[in-house]
Every structure is written in C-alpha cells, then in structure tokens.
Design a protein around this ligand. Structure first.
Ligand SMILES: NC(=O)c1ccc[n+]([C@@H]2O[C@H](COP(=O)([O-])OP(=O)(O)OC[C@H]3O[C@@H](n4cnc5c(N)ncnc54)[C@H](O)[C@@H]3O)[C@@H](O)[C@H]2O)c1
Length: 371
C-alpha cells in the first residue's frame, strides 16, 4: 500500500465546540486520515496554541507543530494537506500549497472561497501544478443520501425531473445542499439560474455573510430543474433534499430541519402509492454519526475516498470540478438578485455579489449582536 502522509492548516481552537463560528474541522479530518491509515505528521495554525493543542491530541512530534504553514510544507512535504481555515483564506492558502511543489493533494473545507474568481483560481492553479484538489462535501457519503441515489438509479421514481432543497442559506450550509442536487443529477452542470434574496439581518457563518432568505430555480443542461428555498421561506420545500421523478418522489430529511427521527430520514412515494414508504438507513441521520476522536462517519468515508484516489491515481468524486459546479449555482443565485434577472452560465463575474451589494449600499443588514 502506498504510504500517505497528512498535514493540517488551521487546526481550530476547540473540537468540543460545534457552532457556525467554529467547528475545529481539522480534528474531524485527522480522525478520518487515521481511519484511512494515513499518517498524521504535522500541523500549522496562526494561533500557535491551537496548533500545539492539536499536536498534543494527535501525537504529532513537537518540532512538527508550526505557526507558519509554508515552513511546515518545506520541512515535512506531506502527500496531502487539509486546509481547515475560514472561507476567505481558502484560495490563497490552496494556491500557495500547490505552487510550493511540496504536496501531491490538497483537501480543502467547503465553501470553496468567498468569490467566484478565487474559486476558479484555486482549481486552475492545482490543475496547472498537477495537484489533486478536493472539497469536503462529505454529506454525499451519508447513507440517507446514497440510498436515495440508489433508489433513483434503480428506476423507482422513473426519470429525474427536479431536485429541490431547503436550507438555512445557500452559501455555507447550502454548499452541501447544492452539491447533493448535482450528485443526484449525475454531476450535471447548470445552464442558468434565476432567484431573489433578502438580507436584512447580518448572518455571519465562519465570518462570512449569508443571505437570510432565497428562492432560486435553475435548469441543468440535461433539462432537470433545481429549486431551493432558504431561511424563513425554507418551509416551501420543507425537506433536506427532494427528488421528483416521472413516476414518484423521494425525500431525504422530510420536515426540515428537525422534523423527522433518524429512522424516518428517507422516504419514497411511487405513483399510485397511498402512503410514504420509509427506507432503512441504519440509523444514520442527515449529518453523520459521531465516530471516535471527534470524527464523523461521513467525513471518514469522504477522506477514505480521496486517500484511495491518491493511492490509485484515480479521481475522487469530491474533486474541484464538481465543487465548481455547485459554486457556480451559489454565486449565480446571488448574481441573479443583483441583476434582477436570469443569469446564464458560464457565470461571467469575479466577485461575491452578496458582499458587493452590502458594500455599495444596495443591502444594509442590521448588525448582529450574536456574531
Ligand atoms: N464540512 C462541513 O460540514 C463543515 C462544518 C463546519 C465548518 N466547515 C468549514 O470548515 C472551515 C473551517 O471552519 P472551522 O469550523 O474548522 O473553523 P475554526 O475556527 O474552528 O478553525 C479555523 C482555524 O484556522 C486558523 N487560521 C485562520 N487563518 C489561518 C491562516 N491564514 N493560516 C493558518 N491558520 C489559520 C484559526 O486560528 C483557527 O484555529 C470553514 O470553511 C467552514 O465553513 C465545514
């Protein structure tokens, strides 16, 4: 077996705290690399105390604990580096890692970055440098989502006509939700999106603005439609993901966000059925059961997939090309609100339309006292 070594940028301060201001995702990545028999060899964080605590927890040698990640890469040359810093830092860090010629692969947390230009740039540079770039859209490895896809592929609801989701927002949480829509539609690319958004109260997730409410629809090149309702209007869709086919409907996580038990997380209604049929997902909910050492079984599977891709030279389904398709829909959604019209793809902007509309005074969210 090819030896895979892993290192971490942005360890997080506290793995016991899990909020939308900090999750210490590096601990969850580390647990998954351990599961995948990849050695944990070094870590870096601009807050040295965070890196030191992480190093202690994972038995990383003291002289492989850094506050400067460039120094770490030069010294240890890991096969893969996990980037678990806040979204505004992702592109610059990923580009620097790729251009350092010290790593074979980079696994970056979602969302890709805070602008569409940066999302494209990180993918382009990794492509140029021959570095595998993946994003942690781990939810697609959960049994409720996998089994929904299997039911679809088995023809249980006929041909897919529409994918839907409800979520708190389309950017941070929604990054997973859009990725799942694309997964159900065989990694399809969207042709256009049209939407409206509301942003009246500041809502910062990991330091980044997220809209309060969106209603968005898009169409894929193969004709399948997408529909998203976020925030206050999420009840319109009212489930984590819905797949509507020519002969029935599948729902994942009906009663968003918490209306179902883990035993009721997946259900199907075929044309002619009077009742929903619940499908067993071995007790897995929407977010993955905790595994040991702050891990998550979904992240264990996601990282196992990319470690396997490194060992075999294949591509992981978490590859940047798939993340870009989701990110284009996300920024396209906000862009449609800015343009007051449909946005045809490829998306021809560089910035972040939501933050641009805040900066130019189009949107004036009331400052939050919570973030
Ligand atoms: N996949 C998921 O389900 C999921 C869940 C939660 C968070 N996330 C994402 O994970 C990412 C990180 O979030 P988190 O919750 O782990 O944050 P966190 O605040 O717990 O940890 C981030 C760490 O990065 C460090 N850092 C910041 N800038 C740095 C830099 N330039 N160089 C080195 N270290 C730096 C900070 O000091 C901090 O320790 C975000 O993009 C977030 O959206 C993903």
């Amino acid at each position: 077996m090819i030896e895979v070594t892993s290192a971490f940028i942005g360890t997080g301060p506290d793995p016991a705290t899990q909020t939308n201001q900090g999750f210490a995702m590096a601990y969850r990545h580390a647990a998954a690399y351990k599961e995948a028999d990849a050695d944990l060899i070094a870590c870096a964080d601009i807050v040295r105390a965070n890196a030191a605590a992480f190093g202690d927890y994972w038995d990383i040698e003291a002289d492989h604990v850094y506050d400067d990640y460039a120094e770490m890469l030069d010294a240890v040359e890991p096969i893969i580096v996990s980037v678990c810093t806040p979204p505004p830092t992702h592109a610059d860090i990923v580009v620097e890692c790729a251009r350092s010629h010290t790593v074979d692969a980079i696994h970056c947390e979602k969302p890709m970055d805070i602008t569409w230009a940066n999302a494209r740039r990180m993918a382009e540079v990794c492509e140029e440098e021959g570095v595998k770039l993946t994003f942690n859209h781990q939810r697609r490895f959960g049994k409720p989502y996998r089994r929904a896809k299997e039911l679809l592929e088995d023809g249980e609801i006929g041909e897919l006509e529409r994918v839907e989701f409800a979520a708190p927002n389309i950017y941070d949480y929604g990054s997973h939700s859009v990725d799942l829509c694309n997964y159900y539609n065989d990694e399809g690319r969207a042709e256009w999106v049209i939407s409206q958004l509301d942003y009246r109260e500041e809502d910062l997730w990991f330091g980044v603005h997220n809209e309060n409410q969106t209603l968005a629809t898009w169409q894929y090149e193969n004709g399948v439609y997408g529909l998203a309702a976020t925030g206050k209007g999420a009840g319109l869709v009212n489930c984590h993901n819905r797949l509507i086919g020519t002969e029935g409907t599948i729902e994942v996580g009906n009663g968003f966000p918490t209306g179902e038990t883990d035993e009721q997380v997946l259900r199907i209604k075929r044309d002619g059925d009077d009742e929903w049929e619940y499908v067993d997902c071995d007790g897995e909910g929407l977010h993955g059961l905790d595994s040991q050492d702050f891990g998550s079984v979904f992240i264990d599977r996601a990282i196992a997939d990319l470690v396997e891709a490194i060992r075999t030279g294949e591509s992981s389904e978490l590859a940047a090309e798939n993340a870009l398709k989701a990110t284009e829909i996300i920024f396209g959604t906000w862009e449609s609100s800015r343009r007051h019209g449909r946005v045809d793809f490829p998306l021809d902007i560089d910035d972040n339309p939501l933050t641009a509309m805040i900066e130019d005074g189009t949107l004036s969210p009331k400052p939050s006292t919570e973030n």
